[in-house]
Write a protein that binds this ligand. Structure first.
Ligand SMILES: Cc1ncc(COP(=O)(O)O)c(C=O)c1O
Length: 324
């Protein structure tokens, strides 16, 4: 992957090479950071790039920061403006992915969350698929268990907790699978290493509730609405037993990176017919229209980069000290 050309760092867009931190940085040493992932979709008919639900992503970004006692000198609106300004500098005319990050920037020894100063950066890069075979994932049930809300809260996108995801992902891929499905300590399905999870059985979609140690995904919320409002498929949010997956008609992962990926086999057993089913097929087709700004009912989720007349301001980064 080529490095980005620019970064939003310390309140302004700078050449990527200037966005540098020291090896003692708190967030690097202790995982005291939070991040996001946002996609931009190129619409060739309109010659416009649409960023998908940036305000919702940045609202979760700010909530993740609050979990770490981190006060950021930004709102969802000013972060969206910073992202739009960065993409305009990059002049992307293709699908892209943006990575906002906030971390404690102090170069100091001592694990804690208080009396530290946050830094914020955003980078963006051209981006295609996250998983190669989105139409037929072979997943495994991981031997790693999901971190719990009382350990490192998974409802926030906290950098340190992604070691849990990395264990699951690497073991899955080294064993020849595409992706891991991670169970909670009580044995119920939580999610994939970086994706939310749904199954479909007898025309009803089921997904774990936000109290089952999942990231509260923006894509998950999008899909709840699309399934219910556009495809007429009821969705139940409840805990899911492992063997319900074995007997499901369809299953899929969803997330900004993975978009919507059909899970067609788990641990060498076919899910349903063992190929992408009717619900996932319809949902993917609808989703790709929605994110590219082609569905009139959901244009408000798609933030135009180039035709947006508002100037992209350059907010000054204020290094705030959080209170105990
Ligand atoms: C652990 C985890 N779950 C779910 C998701 C999906 O979240 P979203 O749809 O907001 O991208 C992600 C993606 O970032 C993730 O890392």
């Amino acid at each position: 992957m080529a490095l980005p050309r620019h970064a939003f760092f310390r309140g302004r867009v700078v050449p990527y090479a200037e966005a540098r931190i020291g090896v003692l940085t708190h967030g690097l040493n202790y995982g005291t950071g939070i991040f996001g992932g946002i996609r931009g979709y190129w619409n060739a008919d309109e010659a416009e790039l649409f960023v998908f639900r940036p305000h919702d992503h940045f609202r979760r970004f700010l909530e993740s920061a609050r979990l770490l006692d981190m006060t950021l000198p930004f709102t969802a609106e000013t972060l969206t403006e910073a992202l739009v300004g960065l993409i305009r500098t990059e002049l992307f005319r293709e699908d892209c992915y943006a990575r906002p990050l906030a971390f404690y920037g102090d170069e100091a020894i001592g694990v804690r969350l208080h009396n530290l100063s946050p830094e914020v950066s955003i980078v963006a890069m051209p981006y295609g698929r996250y998983l190669e075979n989105e139409e037929g994932i072979h997943a495994t049930i991981s031997s790693w268990r999901r971190v719990d809300d009382n350990m490192i809260p998974p409802r926030g996108k906290i950098t340190g907790s992604y070691v849990n995801s990395a264990f699951a992902k690497t073991d899955a891929q080294r064993a020849g699978f595409d992706e891991a499905i991670v169970l909670n300590a009580d044995g119920h399905i939580s999610e994939g290493s970086a994706e939310n999870f749904f199954l479909v059985k007898n025309g009803v979609a089921v997904t774990p509730p936000v109290t089952d140690n999942i990231l509260e995904g923006v894509t998950r919320r999008t899909i709840l609405e699309l399934l219910r409002e556009k495809l007429g498929i009821p969705v139940v949010e409840r805990s899911i037993d492992r063997t319900e997956l074995t007997l499901a008609d369809e299953a899929f992962f969803c997330g900004t990176g993975v978009q919507i990926a059909a899970i067609t086999r788990v641990d060498h057993r076919p899910i349903g017919a063992g190929r992408m089913g009717a619900v996932v097929t319809a949902l993917r087709s609808l989703y790709f229209d929605v994110v590219r700004g082609k569905h009139p009912d959901y244009r408000h989720w798609c933030h135009p980069v180039y035709s947006d007349a508002t100037p992209a301001p350059v907010p000054e980064t204020v290094r705030l000290r959080t209170q105990i």
